[in-house]
Write a protein that binds this ligand. Structure first.
Ligand code: CA
Length: 218
């Protein structure tokens, strides 16, 4: 899962970014609205955490541009503005949720998971497909009710394939869910995680789709 964090308060941005990485997300962090807009035009994100008061382009303007482009990516406003009228204006502008600073980091994680579930129209916390079941909250995996242990990166790959529910995911798409900017990507990192997952789940559980995609066998 790849998250775009837009926050010009560097100490808060640093805290949120480190927290989300520990929580298993790939995080890109920008401190200006115009840079957020560029990032959104050039990358695919699963969720956007958007401050409202930003240099160059406001959070509200970034969101308006997204929704004008018909982007449905979930957006959570993170803001110090707490007047009810502000909150309503934010939600009316197309934000999916709203967090008032200062907020609890566990709550931030829960709100992101909720936004992702709503976005993927899966009200259940558990995802289940092809005999595999995963709990995104606890990062537990079962295959035919047998628990399977995965590393954070293996889980991230499996989660992306599970969310796709039978739609092939390209290597580039999987890399995007695994890594933020500036993080080194091993040239065959995705293949390595797929290899590990096949060893744990069974070689036939993840099918290679030519030229370079993967899908979970139904
Ligand atoms: Ca700000």
């Amino acid at each position: 899962m790849r998250v775009l964090l837009v926050e010009d308060d560097t100490s808060l941005g640093d805290t949120i970014s480190e927290w989300l990485k520990m929580d298993g997300y790939a995080v890109d962090w920008v401190t200006r609205g115009d840079l957020a807009d560029t990032a959104l035009l050039t990358h695919t994100y699963d969720c956007v955490l958007l401050d409202r008061g930003l240099p160059k382009l406001s959070g509200d303007a970034v969101l308006k541009k997204m929704r004008d482009r018909k982007s449905t990516t979930p957006v959570l406003f993170i803001t110090a503005r707490d007047a009810v009228s502000d909150r309503i204006a934010g939600l009316d502008a197309g934000a999916d949720d709203y967090l008032i600073k200062p907020f609890d980091l566990d709550e931030l994680s829960a709100r992101i998971r909720a936004a992702l579930r709503r976005h993927h129209q899966n009200p259940d916390a558990m995802l289940s497909y092809g005999g595999i079941k995963i709990n995104p909250k606890t990062k537990q995996v079962w295959q035919n009710e047998t628990p399977i242990t995965t590393t954070a990166k293996e889980f991230a790959v499996l989660y992306a394939l599970m969310l796709a529910q039978g739609r092939p995911q390209s290597r580039a798409q999987l890399e995007e869910t695994l890594y933020g900017w500036g993080e080194e990507i091993g040239s065959n990192a995705v293949e390595v995680y797929i290899h590990h997952l096949r060893r744990k789940l069974g070689a036939d559980r993840i099918v290679t789709v030519r030229p370079s995609g993967y899908v979970i066998a139904p």
